[in-house]
Design a protein around this ligand. Structure first.
Ligand code: PLP
Length: 443
């Protein structure tokens, strides 16, 4: 990647030459800079933070300058409630074409029968799927939340747990891995109307054919929430749930490396009800700028370079896991098959909150996370979750992952040590400088 041509390592497209003077200060966002210095200073501060920290939160990534270009455009000015050709507003001729382009690219990328590219976030996507297929009070089977499931999979503090009757399935206590025979037994007990497969912090590949078979056996619909691993599927580095599921939801800002938002894929027979459940069911106007940025992202995901990126994300996660284990760290399930992993902090006698804070000071961003049988509380769990998508977008590869593993274990073994923290800070900053972000010179 070159910060000068404004591309991420996986992007194709035309280089943008930087012929503006003064590369020392960030010269993008010139209009904010010219009119609102107060906010411009905050934009600079956040860019500094992103540039100077190793981002290991597995749900975060770097959107390319092309994605951000579409996002920050005049498409923002348009209301377009409805779907292409069936809008509640006039003036939608161009937005129709943009939405159709994004939809067609999503269908092509994932081999899906129908795509809705309007959801503002993964939560709205799941909400729309539930609304299209379920009645309030219906039973749904989802992964236990403290074992890797998501808030929208039935948490009592989420709409999902308030409106629908969620029941959990669990991972094996011995291995931490999902045992599909146990999932099947739970399905036969609960007899749900829908089964949700998907996670926010589970480091293994899900068995989609087995989920589909169980759903069929109990006559349930299958939703695969691939919010986290959609980019791996898009890049051919992970099996696809699309042929097996009635509905698939995905976020576009995680491994897809696009704008904040989500997409719903479904079988043709559900297309109408899904579209109506998004608008007017759970949203007002779709974001035309967001749909355009999704189209740009999908175009990037269809390029061979994105396949290289997705494979590198998985290879980097494996290298990070290897490096951690070689230095004595314990990972839940013993490792990873995707882009994320969870370190068990108990052998170090540490808790998640303190670790997260100490890592922040050392320039490494992680998040505290529960894991099966972790014994902590949701607010202060005994695990931290790490992922490779963002550092891979900076161009880092296996040797850097091993270096990062060394930094992580050094900190865990001496969390309060000032000298250790300072030396890790120096080395994380050095890595960040060797792999800069692409934003400073791009408009
Ligand atoms: C991130 C995530 C979502 C959606 O989250 P938003 O923050 O609403 O975009 C949904 N499901 C899973 C499994 C996730 O990890």
């Amino acid at each position: 990647m070159s910060p000068v041509d404004g591309r991420l390592p996986g992007d194709s497209g035309t280089a943008v030459a930087d012929d503006r003077p003064g590369d020392d200060r960030f010269n993008a966002k010139p209009f904010v800079r010219a009119t609102d210095p107060e906010l411009a200073a905050l934009l600079d501060a956040e860019l500094d933070r992103q540039e100077q920290t190793l981002e290991l939160i597995p749900s975060e990534n770097l959107a390319s300058p092309a994605v951000l270009d579409a996002l920050g455009s005049w498409l923002n000015n348009k209301y377009a409630e409805g779907t292409p050709g069936k809008r509640y507003y006039g003036g939608c001729q161009v937005v129709d074409q943009i939405e159709i382009l994004a939809r067609d690219r999503a269908k092509e990328l994932f081999g899906a029968e129908h795509a809705n590219v309007q959801p503002h976030s993964g939560t709205q996507a799941n909400m729309a799927v539930y609304q299209s297929a379920l009645e309030p009070g219906d039973r749904v089977l989802g992964m236990a939340l403290d074992q890797g499931g998501h808030l929208t999979h039935g948490s009592p503090v989420s709409f999902s747990g308030k409106i629908y009757h969620f029941e959990p399935y669990f991972v094996s206590e011995e291995t931490g891995v999902l045992d599909m025979d146990a999932v099947r037994r739970r399905a036969l007990e609960v007899m749900p109307k829908m089964i949700v497969a998907g996670y926010s912090s589970y480091p293994r590949i899900l068995d989609f054919p087995a989920f589909a078979e169980i759903a069929k056996e109990v006559n349930a619909l299958l939703l695969v929430d691939m919010a986290h691993f959609a980019g791996l599927v898009a890049g051919g580095a992970h099996p696809s749930p699309v042929p097996h599921a009635d509905f698939v939801t995905l976020t576009t800002h995680k491994t897809m490396r696009g704008p904040w938002g989500a997409i719903i894929l479904c079988k043709a027979q559900h297309a109408d009800s899904v579209d109506k459940s998004v608008v007017p069911g759970v949203q007002g106007g779709p974001h035309p700028h967001g749909m355009a940025a999704k189209a740009v992202m999908l175009h990037q995901c269809l390029q061979p370079e994105f396949r290289t990126y997705a494979r590198q994300v998985v290879a980097n996660a494996a290298a990070l896991a290897r490096g951690l284990r070689a230095r004595g760290a314990v990972l839940t399930t013993g490792g990873t098959e995707n882009h994320l992993m969870v370190i068990d902090l108990r052998p170090y006698g540490l808790r998640g909150r303190a670790v997260q804070a100490a890592f922040d000071e050392a320039g490494i961003t992680v998040n505290a996370n529960t894991f099966p049988g972790h014994g902590g509380t949701p607010f202060n769990p005994n695990g931290i979750r790490l992922g490779s998508p963002s550092v891979t977008s900076r161009g880092m590869q296996e040797p850097e992952m091993d270096e990062i593993a060394g930094l992580i274990v050094a900190l865990l073994e001496d969390l309060e040590g000032r000298a250790t923290r300072e030396s890790v800070r120096g080395r994380s900053l050095d890595l960040c400088r060797r792999f800069p972000l692409p934003y400073r010179s791009a408009a």
